[in-house]
Design a protein around this ligand. Structure first.
Ligand SMILES: [Zn+2]
Length: 354
């Protein structure tokens, strides 16, 4: 094992980063940095490395040692380096919005990063003059509010957006908004109301005209997955499994690893609600292998599920390890709902979570 990096990889890495620091965009004092510290990963291949300036490589960002806590975030910077993010901003409001959708659905944000990003949106006049793009921007905000456990603003925004998208005949985003509204109800534990919307949304997707089967399936992956976990909380585990498996199969068919991992995560969770500990452990450990490195909110939820699982299994050390990770990440990103759950898991000494 060595720290030696082959010439070809060096060029490839520099090209990937657009010749600039992947985090801050500075073009001087560039270095090869390990996403996971070398003493742990013991490898120096293209996959393990990222281009950073010496300042960012110092490892402290906003008082936060990035390589220790969140290699996943560093990985997100690797696949979307600053040079590319700026290109989006300069050229095309659609791409700018795509970027916002990407970071909001996966939970890749911290307050000051978000503020900088919004500055780009606020100064993009071509975005602000297009009502559809403005509404979709607001939908990203509502998603972030939901992930932070602030269901009141997310529901409020969703209600307004449903009217807007209806006026614009944008059925795809009406469906996305409905999912968000129902997801907020789910967090509030209004499972009946949430299920009602998920079922209506399924009908809406099936009635969409002029849409390919592939697009239809993309919506159905999310809808079946959400229906499944809601049935689990309503005590119908047969229906819950049936729908979750359907979501997994669709994800496999579309080769969507992220959605596959999220459905698999729900499968483990449903096993947990029915106290099938070993089955649950099997599913959740499989998720760790499939979940994409840039899926932040999903990863935090996984730590909590594993924490709850180790709690029931009586493995105190692993339970605390998971809770600690979930607490650390939740604080960094402001996932208050997940933070509450993690704190409960940390304090509990025996089974008794949900
Ligand atoms: Zn930098």
């Amino acid at each position: 094992m060595s720290r030696y990096i082959v010439k070809l990889d060096k060029k490839k890495l520099m090209d990937e980063a657009g010749g600039r620091c992947s985090i801050c965009g500075l073009a001087i004092a560039l270095q090869h940095a390990h996403i996971v510290p070398f003493r742990i990963c013991r490898k120096s291949t293209f996959e393990e490395l990222i281009i950073l300036c010496s300042n960012c490589h110092g490892g402290i960002i906003d008082g936060w040692k990035i390589q220790e806590f969140a290699p996943e975030l560093l990985y997100a910077f690797k696949i979307r380096p600053r040079a590319i993010r700026e290109k989006y901003v300069d050229n095309d409001p659609n791409s700018l919005l795509e970027e916002f959708q990407y970071i909001s659905t996966r939970g890749i944000y911290k307050q000051n990063k978000l503020e900088n990003f919004l500055l780009s949106i606020a100064t993009s006049s071509s975005l602000l003059s297009n009502p559809n793009l403005v509404a979709r921007t607001a939908l990203c905000w509502a998603t972030i509010a939901k992930q932070r456990g602030k269901t009141h603003p997310s529901k409020y925004l969703a209600k307004i957006l449903l009217q807007t998208f209806k006026k614009l005949n944008d059925y795809g985003n009406m469906i996305a908004t409905n999912q968000l509204y129902a997801g907020s109800l789910f967090i509030e534990r209004s499972f009946d109301k949430a299920l009602d919307i998920y079922l209506k949304n399924e009908q809406m997707v099936k009635n969409l005209s002029k849409v390919s089967q592939k697009t239809r399936n993309k919506f159905l992956i999310d809808i079946y997955r959400d229906q499944g976990i809601t049935y689990a909380f309503l005590g119908n585990s047969n229906k819950a499994f049936e729908l979750t498996l359907e979501s997994e199969q669709l994800a496999e068919k579309l080769n969507d690893k992220r959605c596959y991992a999220l459905a698999l995560q729900n499968e483990g969770m449903i096993h947990l609600t029915t106290k099938r500990i070993e089955k649950s452990m099997e599913s959740l450990e499989k998720v760790s292998r499939f979940i994409p490195k840039d899926e932040i909110i999903g990863s935090v939820m996984l730590f909590n599920y594993l924490g709850a699982l180790y709690l029931i299994a009586g493995d105190k050390e692993k339970k605390n390890q998971m809770a600690k990770k979930a607490i650390c990440w939740s604080k960094q990103y402001g996932f208050y709902n997940e933070l509450n759950i993690a704190n409960k898991i940390k304090k509990s000494e025996e089974s008794g979570i949900e």
